[in-house]
Write a protein that binds this ligand. Structure first.
Ligand code: PNS
Length: 166
């Protein structure tokens, strides 16, 4: 199989909101891809109710990666494999933090492989200092008035602060 040139990677997720762990993974992905598309899903396999609207999440991610031209941001509806075809992407990037992530990630990777055998899922490991951060914990800690400034970038922190002041 020929290696595609340029290498385009999709980094899909809920990103509700994007954390420093996600940022780390997106930047690491540029070590193996020429372009990374951070793709915010309208439909997540396991998330029920979101805190931020999908468009707000996209705007926040754009603010976080401002000036980093190899990282694009978009939202998508429908299947990830269809987006990959549309965008000419052959790689799906997912972060693996702990063993507890593994079963869910393996299932999704194998389903995507069944749906499109040309799509490879690549798991990247975040820096140790980011490995316990999750959007759900950030949402909960912020909602209860805790300090999440170490876990999210400034635009996200500002939005969280405004949201929970409402
Ligand atoms: O951050 P999340 O919620 O764990 O991300 C899950 C996501 C969005 C990557 C996954 O649910 C997804 O790809 N959704 C798009 C719809 C789809 O393709 N579903 C089948 C995936 S096996």
């Amino acid at each position: 199989m020929n290696r595609p040139n340029p290498v385009v990677a999709l980094y899909p997720g809920s990103f509700d909101p994007i954390t420093r762990g996600h940022e780390d993974i997106a930047r690491r992905a540029l070590r193996v891809a020429d372009r990374v598309i951070v793709a915010v899903a309208q439909t997540s396999t396991h998330m029920k109710e979101g805190l931020f609207e999908v468009q707000d999440r996209v705007d926040l991610i754009r603010a976080v990666f401002e000036g980093e031209s190899q990282i694009e941001v978009m939202s998508f509806t429908g299947l990830l494999v269809d987006l990959a075809r549309d965008k000419g992407a052959h790689l799906v990037i997912r972060g693996l933090r702990a063993v507890s992530d593994f079963e869910y990630e393996l299932q999704m990777a194998q389903m995507n492989q069944e749906l499109n055998s040309a799509l490879e899922t690549l798991f990247l490991v975040p820096e140790v200092s980011n490995s316990f951060i999750s959007s759900s914990l950030v949402r909960q800690v912020a909602a209860l008035g805790g300090d999440v400034s170490a876990f999210v970038s400034t635009p996200v922190l500002d939005r969280l602060t405004a949201k929970f002041r409402e």
